[in-house]
Design a protein around this ligand. Structure first.
Ligand SMILES: [Zn+2]
Ligand SMILES: [Zn+2]
Ligand SMILES: [Zn+2]
Length: 267
């Protein structure tokens, strides 16, 4: 029955598959997902800490605005230079991390389990970015505000990121544009459009592109450069996957009569 999620047809393996879900099902999956519930709980704790060590309204507001401004830049730099850097899979001790936090998402962009960041990596990252900003602005109270703001923005990013991989066309034109740019990052050329909700930083750094005509298609768009040749030199990610890296996600090899993934997204 639609509306409930007790439905194996919404899943691929153990994970919800956004290619098979509608917006209502996504909302239910999102609002009951353990990682998201953990984030909500941490926002509540941050608000309580910000009230307890209250830094004054001025410092509180300034720390919120500072995090809103810094966050897209921090995410951009991490996404472009760390997640799409070619370093993490070349070292055994970081290969599992890289596989979990980005390779698996590009191999199959619809799987909810690997679309959401893992809290073990997102939360320390959010803390390292936000706590010093808040603390310098107004001590521990403002640091709690900054951290809570960072976690809130992460929840918003994760939701829009789900929407970008959900098999539907958003009604609002600005969400359609946002979705189209991210779909290009996944299905046309991964070396651009690194933003999630805003592509302002991409425009500033020259990595923004509007449509598929702007660039040739990248042969490494699904494997991020970790192809079979690289996997033979640096086997750890392949060992963890249990199979060689793929040049297309499963959904893209749809049987005849079904729309390939990239075509579904091109609309
Ligand atoms: Zn994505
Ligand atoms: Zn998709
Ligand atoms: Zn990416």
């Amino acid at each position: 029955m639609s509306g409930t999620l007790n439905n194996a047809s919404l899943k691929t393996g153990r994970s919800f598959d956004l290619g098979k879900m509608n917006l209502r099902q996504l909302w239910i999956a999102y609002l009951t997902y353990p990682t998201i519930l953990l984030y909500f709980a941490l926002v509540v704790v941050s608000v309580a800490a910000a009230a307890h060590f209250f830094a004054g309204w001025g410092a509180t507001l300034v720390s919120i605005v500072a995090v809103i401004l810094v966050y897209p830049l921090a995410w951009y730099l991490l996404h472009r230079y760390v997640l799409h850097g070619r370093l993490l899979y070349k070292m055994k001790w970081t290969s599992a991390l890289w596989k979990r936090i980005h390779f698996d998402h590009h191999q199959d962009p619809h799987l909810l389990d690997v679309l959401f960041g893992s809290p073990a990596t997102t939360l320390p990252t959010i803390a390292i970015i936000t706590l010093p900003i808040g603390y310098l602005i107004g001590g521990w109270g403002a640091a709690a505000t900054a951290f809570g703001t960072g976690v809130t923005i992460t929840c918003i990013y994760e939701f829009f990121h789900c929407i970008q991989h959900l098999n539907y066309k958003p009604r609002a034109p600005w969400i359609q544009r946002m979705k189209a740019r991210h779909v290009l990052h996944h299905f046309h050329d991964e070396d651009g459009n690194f933003g999630i909700t805003s592509f302002l930083v991409d425009r500033i750094f020259g990595s923004y592109y509007r449509d598929a005509k702007a660039r040739p298609r990248s042969p490494t768009v699904f494997n991020l450069g970790y192809d079979v040749k690289e996997a033979n030199t640096y086997p750890w990610v392949m060992d963890l996957t249990g199979s060689p890296p793929r040049d297309r996600p499963d959904g893209a090899r749809a049987p005849a009569g079904k729309t390939p993934d990239s075509a579904r997204h091109a609309a």
